[in-house]
Design a protein around this ligand. Structure first.
Ligand code: AMP
Ligand code: MG
Length: 341
């Protein structure tokens, strides 16, 4: 039987956070293909509501501009790149593409923002809730051989220069992290010091230095609820990538939205990765890259990407984490995370 499930699990995380008194201002919106929640603490509700308005507007704009197959700027760029190799873009988009290309280099191509055509072939480019079928091996091979397309930016970062036509730039592995960075700026502008923004598993935990951290649940990749609780705050991002976020099962195989650019197939061994970092963009890119690299590349990738706090759960339930992560994680009874680093 073929099923396609698109789950939004981030709210489970938010629900586990410690809410101090009085209760926060809360808003739930649909953005970046997921339910997102905004919780703002210690502010009069009128002010918190104004901050949430700005966040909602910014997220709508960024989702439009950074979605590879939409009407916004990245979609337009991709349509232009179908038959051109050099295209002008905004500095904002240029900066994000530049960051994505840097993560591509630092991860030795495991993170690859030029694999949009493969994401599309597998049917993970939109959130249509319909049955999908795995593509033909020959089609996968043809597209995999065509990537990575060499993409550069000009010196100002306002022009994309591709080495061939037809590249589809996909920033899906990094866009929510960049959106969280924007949320952080908006919150600071509104004088908010304590807030939790959850973009469906990409979380920003903003809190003053001397206050209690948030407790954020790590979603069980194979069941309901959490497998662990993470303490985070002071503007940290807690970003999870998982094979359960967007997938379909076919002939006992799970096909999900994170693709190994070297094989053209969804990664098979890793169920979920959670990264904590001060830079939400790094956390997002690293979580995706670590999903692709798996346990074998865990140490090398965390070192090369400069990630100090990360944990990875395999499809068999084995766990690996960086040294510092142990102190942040409290495992619940489902997985024995102790002593597995
Ligand atoms: P995330 O949930 O942050 O891990 O991002 C997953 C999304 O990133 C997918 O839906 C694709 O749009 C894109 N993606 C898939 N595989 C890769 C990869 N190897 N490198 C970069 N982006 C990817
Ligand atoms: Mg990511």
């Amino acid at each position: 039987m073929l099923t396609r499930v698109i789950a939004t699990l981030g709210l489970a995380c938010a629900a586990l956070s410690c809410a101090p008194e009085p209760p926060p201002y809360q808003r739930t919106i649909y953005t970046f293909g997921t339910l997102a929640s905004i919780s703002i603490y210690d502010q009069p509700h009128a002010e918190a509501s104004a901050a949430a308005d700005d966040i909602e507007q910014a997220l709508a704009r960024l989702n439009r501009d950074w979605y590879a197959w939409g009407p916004g700027e990245l979609g337009e760029l991709n349509r232009s790149l179908a038959d051109k190799e050099v295209v002008d873009i905004s500095l904002e988009l240029g900066e994000l593409i530049g960051q994505a290309l840097e993560f591509g280099e630092a991860s030795d191509g495991l993170f690859d923002p030029t694999l949009g055509s493969l994401v599309e072939l597998w049917g993970f480019h939109d959130s249509a809730d319909e049955a999908s079928v795995a593509p033909r091996a020959a089609d996968i091979r043809a597209l995999t051989e065509a990537i990575p397309v060499r993409v550069e930016l000009d010196s100002e970062g306002a022009r994309v220069i591709a080495s061939a036509t037809g590249v589809v730039i996909d920033l899906g592995g990094i866009a929510k992290g960049a959106a969280l960075a924007e949320c952080q700026e908006i919150l600071a502008r509104h004088g908010v010091r304590r807030a939790l923004i959850d973009l469906g598993g990409d979380i920003l935990a903003m809190s003053p230095a001397n206050s209690q951290p948030f407790e954020i649940g790590v979603q069980d990749p194979r069941g309901d609820g959490a497998v662990a609780v993470i303490a985070a705050g002071r503007g940290e991002a807690v970003v999870t990538s998982g094979d359960y976020e967007r997938f379909y099962d076919q002939d006992d195989e799970r096909y999900h939205h994170i693709i190994d650019p070297k094989t053209g197939y969804p990664t098979a061994a890793t169920a979920a990765v959670t990264v904590i970092a001060n830079d939400p963009v790094l956390a997002d890119a690293a979580a995706t890259a670590l999903m692709v690299g798996g346990i074998a590349k865990f140490e090398e990738l965390t070192t090369n990407l400069g990630v100090e706090l990360a944990t990875l759960i395999t499809v068999d339930g084995a766990v690996v984490h960086t040294e510092g992560m142990q102190a942040r994680l409290q495992w619940l009874d489902k997985i024995d995370g102790a002593g597995t680093d």
